[in-house]
Ligand binder design. Structure first.
Ligand SMILES: NC(=O)c1ccc[n+]([C@@H]2O[C@H](COP(=O)([O-])OP(=O)(O)OC[C@H]3O[C@@H](n4cnc5c(N)ncnc54)[C@H](OP(=O)(O)O)[C@@H]3O)[C@@H](O)[C@H]2O)c1
Length: 357
């Protein structure tokens, strides 16, 4: 298998502009890289936020997209673990356009790419990596909660005897967080969502799912009961959910803990009202924020073993991808797919297929 010198890419020509389909080429392959023909790419909120708020983009024309699946078409001389034709999925690299995914081909360091197990499609595989890495960073990195990850010794018992609250269980990040909490051995996983998503979240491993339109901190405290709460993971990280996270830790009198949030690009800071509430009385509750960029050197100690282990969890159905919602039309579907995610999805991952001719 080989790949063409020139291929189609969705390009943002200037700040805040719509994507146009244009021709692109890749820089020469480094020894430790592979080239991937992208069969499916997922849309994450970061994609339209980067464009709409001109965030994380240092150079135009820009190529967006950092979550995809495909097939290996070329392998650098130092790569031994991949062969041409292998099915793979990966988190692309934000701001490195040769490793962006709204295009037909990209190249990636092989150590950041996972093999796709036979029991899932490329459309399913495309939406796993980015949101999983956000939850992995929140749970296992010291910037988040600092638990032992499940692939390390004793990692599968790290949550033993404890409860965890995950706000926004139906979101993409939330669904993967529930499954990581299960892999980490939490005794009680409590989350919230709209009623239509309850069954799915119980299937993924939640023990209690509360109605997100009704449940307050008291409802969460009642669900926690006597099980010691370890921490709150806020997969949504809006002002209202940060406040709720702080209130839950205070209502359950959980000392020496904090709310872990994800960076939401815009607004980019931890909510100051929630911070003040957390410091207003005992037990004092802090808020920490993570950014799950697996290619960052300081997160490679998590992202590299994650790519080696994730396929195994999926093959054993211990980890289930978000439900894909395919937007037909190949690469030309890029703007429709971005708007669909921006308008709001419920328990689904928007996907399109850049290489479809
Ligand atoms: N820092 C990072 O590394 C990182 C990585 C990925 C995402 N993010 C950020 O994390 C956020 C979530 O991203 P995503 O892709 O997971 O989102 P998503 O899948 O688009 O989220 C949609 C879901 O959010 C739920 N939801 C919305 N508001 C809620 C609330 N107030 N309480 C509880 N649930 C609520 C909805 O649940 P129902 O349908 O059940 O109502 C819906 O299913 C975004 O702001 C994104 O930018 C950060």
């Amino acid at each position: 298998m080989s790949f063409p010198q020139s291929f189609k890419a969705a390009i943002v020509p200037e700040p805040k502009a719509q994507n146009v389909i244009s021709d692109r080429t890749l820089a020469p392959l480094s020894d430790d890289e592979i080239v991937i023909e992208i069969s499916a790419t997922a849309v994450n909120p970061v994609d339209w936020k980067m464009r709409d708020y001109n965030a994380f983009i240092t150079q135009y024309p820009a190529v967006l997209g950092s979550d995809a699946a495909g097939r290996v078409v070329a392998v650098g001389p130092a790569v031994s673990e991949f062969a041409i034709g292998d099915r793979v999925f990966f988190q692309g690299i934000i701001g490195t356009y040769d490793s962006s995914t709204f295009q037909q081909y990209c190249k990636m360091p092989a150590s950041l790419v996972a093999k796709t197990p036979d029991n899932i499609s490329d459309e399913q595989a495309a939406g796993i990596s980015l949101a999983t890495m956000a939850a992995v960073t929140a749970f296992y990195d010291k910037e988040g909660y600092g638990l032992i990850p499940p692939w390390e010794e004793e990692g599968m018992e790290a949550g033993g005897g404890h409860a965890i609250v995950i706000l926004g269980g139906a979101s993409s990040v939330g669904q993967y967080a529930i499954q990581l909490a299960r892999l980490s051995g939490f005794e009680k996983i409590i989350t919230n969502a709209s009623a239509a998503n309850f069954d799915q979240l119980y299937k993924l491993g939640a023990h209690v799912v509360l109605d997100r339109h009704q449940a307050d901190a008291g409802s969460f405290a009642a669900a926690v009961q006597e099980t010691p709460l370890m921490f709150v993971f806020d997969a949504i990280s809006a002002k209202a959910t940060q406040l709720l996270g702080v209130q839950i830790l205070q209502a359950t009198k959980t000392a020496n803990s904090h709310v872990v949030t994800v960076h939401t690009v815009h607004p980019e800071t931890v909510d100051q009202e929630a911070v003040a509430l957390g410091q207003s009385h005992e037990p004092k509750v802090g808020i920490k924020q993570v950014l799950g960029v697996g290619s960052a050197p300081y997160l490679r100690y998590l992202s590299e073993p994650l790519t080696k282990n994730l396929g195994g969890y999926i093959a054993k159905e211990q980890f289930i991808p978000n439900r894909p919602r395919l937007v037909p039309g190949g690469l030309a579907a890029v703007e429709e797919a971005l708007s669909l995610n921006k308008r709001g999805v419920s328990g689904e991952k928007v996907v399109f297929c850049p290489s479809l001719k």
